[in-house]
Design a protein around this ligand. Structure first.
Ligand SMILES: *Cc1c(COP(=O)(O)O)cnc(C)c1O
Length: 475
């Protein structure tokens, strides 16, 4: 390797360390100007080569321009993005440097073994049935796609239909059932699989947003043929957890397949303290989860887990092209468990995070975020005009301010503009709300306290502003 080859890597390393070192005090929201970024990166494609260090330097300048917000920092509470553990970043650097085709054991044996071990650890950590197969697709959406394809394979094979060969035209109809608060990515996966999202039989939820088992029983009553029930562990707004045990008991009377969206909420299963919240979750047939959220590994990494490995494999790669090795027992070939063919070794940071945290470290990460969320809820309750919209079950708080949506939206915009912390907006039963997700290993009590003070100031300013506009003050 020449010095010229090393230089961009050394520079990128320095930029990365600077970025991570400044994460705690960097503006949390994006401050970039679209035009400036286009100028920085754009123009006509260069006619010829340029020094690689200049290119890396441009990337560094994108940070200075505010184009790289501190979304993996300690005070980003929007969505459920999660931070990044240093060891997971380190492993991800090696993923890029090693550039292994992490699809076949004989192409990337070390990756294959790390993935095999990570898969076994995950099944044990979540308390899933022995023999559950695991794949690492890009995210939870693709985990849904993989799991629902396995469900389709399993149910239609039982009905005597080879869906991989003949597709859905002419197949027995598959009934799809989902809770009213299901995440939109379930519908996306249903679309991609040709089920259509418009045919979901929607089961009403209770006041907390949980699927009602009695309503599910009513929906299923008298139904025959293949049925898939989509449940959820961790609503993205409220954190609400469907009673998966009860749902599975009811669904299995109809030989239905139960799929669980546990993008972040399934991590509760890894904590002895929180496990009771997801009691019975192991009764389902498949689970989708994200490592890039609560496990704090870099994007992109989802986890799909399936209690019927033969259906999992049957729905993915079940026939190999002649130029591929036939597969050897004990040697994990990832192409059997995910929709990707060539793929990066995204499971390596998962292995590294689990290896470094250990069981108690994962539990501690999850429990700490939940404790900080309760602190948020308690302190937000002291802000004038605040209304709590959920009971804190996991790491989500949802509130609104005053009685008109405009005030809540104004408060959120002011907080997002502060640069100190970031909260997202949402609509909950038709009303504007602000949502808080605590998902970073770096967040401390001081971060929560500091952020609540920003909220308090934003509410005061927004209230004064709306009072001047003649809108009544919140009581
Ligand atoms: C984030 C999320 C998803 C989608 O996951 P991706 O990794 O973004 O594909 C699905 N369901 C829930 C509950 C989520 O929070």
């Amino acid at each position: 390797m020449t010095n010229d080859d090393r230089a961009p890597l050394d520079l990128a390393y320095r930029h990365a360390i600077d970025y991570l070192g400044g994460l705690r005090e960097r503006p949390v929201g994006a401050t970039a100007d679209l035009g400036r970024l286009l100028e920085l990166f754009g123009g006509p494609m260069p006619a010829g080569p340029a020094p690689a260090v200049d290119t890396v330097e441009l990337l560094g300048r994108a940070v200075a321009e505010g184009g790289v917000p501190a979304a993996s920092g300690p005070r980003f509470f929007g969505y459920v993005t999660g931070g990044t553990l240093p060891v997971a970043i380190a492993a991800d650097w090696l993923v890029a440097a090693w550039d292994q085709t992490a699809s076949l054991y004989n192409l990337a044996p070390a990756i294959s073994v790390a993935e095999h071990v990570a898969a076994e650890w995950i099944v044990d950590l979540f308390g899933l049935p022995e023999g559950t197969s695991v794949g690492f697709p890009t995210g939870c959406t693709m985990a849904h796609l993989t799991a629902l394809a396995a469900a389709r394979h399993h149910l239609l094979a039982k009905a005597g239909w080879d869906v991989e060969r003949y597709g859905l035209p002419g197949a027995p109809e598959v009934t799809i059932v989902g809770g009213a608060q299901r995440h939109m990515t379930i519908d996306l996966a249903l679309r991609y699989l040709g089920f259509g999202s418009g045919r979901v039989l929607v089961v009403p939820v209770d006041e907390r947003g949980r699927m009602r088992p009695d309503a599910l029983a009513e929906t299923l009553a008298g139904r025959e043929g293949p049925i898939i029930v989509c449940a959820q562990v961790g609503d993205v707004n409220s954190g609400a957890i469907d009673p998966v045990g009860e749902i599975s008991d009811i669904a299995h009377r109809y030989d239905a397949w139960v799929h669980v969206d546990g993008a972040f909420g399934l991590w509760a299963a890894a904590s002895p303290e929180l496990r009771p919240l997801v009691a019975g979750v192991e009764k389902a047939d498949s689970w989708a989860c994200d490592a890039h959220k609560w496990l704090n590994v870099p994007y992109d990494c989802g986890i799909v887990m399936i209690a019927h490995p033969e259906a999992h494999r049957g729905a993915m790669l079940n026939e190999r092209a002649g130029y591929l090795p036939p597969g050897t027992p004990g040697e994990r070939d990832a192409i059997e468990w995910v929709p990707d063919f060539s793929r990066r070794a995204r499971s390596l940071p998962v292995w590294a995070a689990l290896r470094t945290l250990g069981k108690s470290g994962v539990a501690d990460l999850v429990e700490r975020c939940c404790a900080l969320t309760r602190r948020f809820a308690e302190q937000l309750a002291t802000v004038p005009g605040v209304e709590a919209l959920n009971d804190v079950v996991l790491n989500q708080v949802m509130v609104r301010f005053g009685d008109d949506d405009a005030l809540t939206r104004d408060v959120i915009a002011r907080i997002q503009g502060s640069g100190v912390c970031w909260f997202g907006g949402t609509t909950w039963y038709g009303r504007a709300a602000m949502r808080v997700s605590v998902v970073s290993w770096q967040t401390t009590e001081e971060d929560v306290d500091r952020s609540v003070e920003v909220v308090r100031a934003a509410v005061a300013a927004a209230t004064q502003h709306s009072a001047r506009q003649g809108v009544p003050l919140p009581s």
